[in-house]
Write a protein that binds this ligand. Sequence first.
Ligand SMILES: C[S@@+](CC[C@H](N)C(=O)[O-])C[C@H]1O[C@@H](n2cnc3c(N)ncnc32)[C@H](O)[C@@H]1O
Length: 286
Amino acid sequence: MPHPLASDAMDDVARSAYDTLGDLANGYPANHFALQQVLNVLQEHGARRLLEVGVGQGNAIPVLASAGIEMSGMDIKDELVAVSRERIQEYGRPADAVCWGDIGDATTYPSLRRKADFDALLALGILPHAQQELATLQNMRALLRPGGTAFVECRNALFSLFTFNRYSADFILDSLLFDAPAEARDAVREFLEPRLRMDLPPASVGHATYHNPLEVPALFRAAGFTDIVIRPFHYHVAPPVLEGQLGEVFRDGSLALENEPSGWRGLFLCSAFLVQATRPTQEVPA
Ligand SMILES: C[S@@+](CC[C@H](N)C(=O)[O-])C[C@H]1O[C@@H](n2cnc3c(N)ncnc32)[C@H](O)[C@@H]1O
């Protein structure tokens, strides 16, 4: 029985991996749509060995390992390294396939650096919190074999135009109109504030960096990557403020968009995207 969220558009490998996801009735399976895209590319490239940076509790391990990917992991939290070590052994991998390390500091994972032969690298929830994003991306690139591919999750700054909350005001004033005359900015602020949910999201929401998918390729190129592809995921069929009002219509409508990504709409309707980026086979010395 295929997983109810598995789409006909998926290839067999992705679908069988997806069937291992179990009950996803609670919560939105955003990361699983990201993994579905990763799996399709891995299969296209014939990739086998993948390192997940920020492996956490190893939630991606069952999905990727069931599709035949040889998984390794790294995390900055000892307790999560321990959990993922347990989990990875269930898929025939040794416990030391998961190690401790800080991707911001390449001296902390010498054994991985010595190998640096991964076909692919996955990083979910790392770049939005990285202190030094260029160094973090350079460290990721160095762990790939030449020709290997990284998949790095970013929070989508353009989604702010669809949230109709204080993030929309910030994006319009600080990113679109940052150099406009003060009088124009003040007029726009006055126009926007009564029309937007300026109380949302609550101040308690932690800080993360949002990236503009139209600009982020330059950052990845500066870190030495090439062949950059933006892959939006986590669609919203309506602004998040309407989720409670719409209930199942919100969830089902969003899932339907996810299964049939149109390309450009994801740049505005998705709260996140993966950057797919390749370590060049021939690197130009810095
Ligand atoms: C948002 S969680 C994602 C966990 C897992 N990948 C998942 O999708 O369920 C981010 C993970 O990255 C780890 N992490 C954060 N900063 C890191 C760093 N500099 N180096 C390695 N791991 C890091 C955290 O401990 C956490 O487990």
